[in-house]
Write a protein that binds this ligand. Structure first.
Ligand code: NAP
Length: 264
């Protein structure tokens, strides 16, 4: 299937690693011009090299900017005034008991996970509407639906993203712009890999045992009983970004291995 992305410019926030890097790679494979972002030039350059190893003729631009801040967003807008596809992938997470999460930590997770998408969408959506074509995709999480007791602040930020995406979709009525959210489940990204390795070390067990126990005890409703790969998430995002996905708007699309026990 040709996703018809060769004349599109796509920005993927937080794409120097993990799910974002896989999305950037898949969009580049499909011929889009992709803007890769991370906080440092070094990590961005490493990601560009990694994508070029897989897609030698990739059309890429790298932007080092902390998109969890207003200043970082302004820096990006100066260098990238216009995009056709915006993937709000940037997101941070970490387990912490509710009573231990400080105001500062609440504000930080909301700033990075929610406000980054607010700022990028506020800049790019009006321009997409003016051009009468565009795609905005929020990378939320199944944690938007199943709020994890061990990171309630993260769950709240992920639910906020789904609400934001739906609200923005309402403003696109009658146009060829769509706004959707994609809800991955546990996915073997760089961040999750570090988490697994840490648990394995702490418990003196293998990473494979960590994965097995995680799915039998913490996420027993998962139907795939394993972490998804980042590319399994990226292919859905690439499809939603495609002109072919023109009738999908305002949707929350799950790629969570059947973890959410709901038939719709
Ligand atoms: N992995 C999962 O199991 C899972 C499940 C559901 C949803 N998600 C969602 O998927 C998204 C990606 O998660 P992931 O697991 O792939 O993350 P990850 O492996 O931890 O990668 C994080 C990426 O974000 C970048 N980053 C972090 N803070 C940044 C900032 N302030 N400005 C710009 N870039 C920044 C990092 O770049 P630098 O370090 O180079 O700056 C890196 O490229 C998140 O929104 C997450 O909530 C993940």
């Amino acid at each position: 299937m040709d996703l018809q992305l060769s004349n599109k410019v796509a920005l993927v926030s937080g794409s120097s690693a993990g799910i974002g890097l896989a999305i950037a790679t898949t969009l580049a494979q499909e011929g889009a011009t992709v803007i890769v972002n991370g906080r440092t030039q070094e990590r961005v350059n490493q990601a560009l090299d990694q994508i070029r190893r897989i897609v030698p003729n990739a059309k890429l631009q790298g932007i080092a900017a902390d998109l969890g801040t207003q200043a970082g967003a302004e820096l990006l807008f100066q260098q990238v005034p216009l995009v056709n596809i915006l993937v709000n992938n940037l997101g941070i997470y970490g387990s912490k008991a509710f009573e231990d999460i400080s105001d500062e930590e609440w504000m930080n997770i909301l700033e990075v996970n929610v406000m980054s998408g607010v700022r990028l969408s506020r800049h790019y959506l009006p321009l997409m509407l003016k051009q009468d074509w565009g795609r905005i995709i929020f990378i939320s999480s199944e944690s938007a639906l199943n709020i994890p007791a061990e990171m309630i602040h993260y769950g709240v930020s992920k639910t906020a993203q789904v609400a934001l995406a739906r609200g923005l979709a309402e403003t696109t009525a009658g146009s060829n712009v769509t706004v959707n959210s994609v809800l991955p489940g546990p996915t073997r990204s760089e961040g999750v890999e570090i988490f697994i390795q840490g648990l394995a070390k702490d418990q003196s067990i293998s990473p494979e045992q960590v994965e097995k126990e995680f799915f039998s005890k913490t996420r027993p409703s998962s139907l795939i009983q394993r972490f998804a790969s980042t590319s399994e998430v990226a292919v859905l995002v690439a499809f939603v970004a495609s002109p072919l996905a023109s009738a999908i708007n305002g949707a929350a699309l799950r790629v969570e291995g059947g973890l959410v026990r709901s038939i719709i």
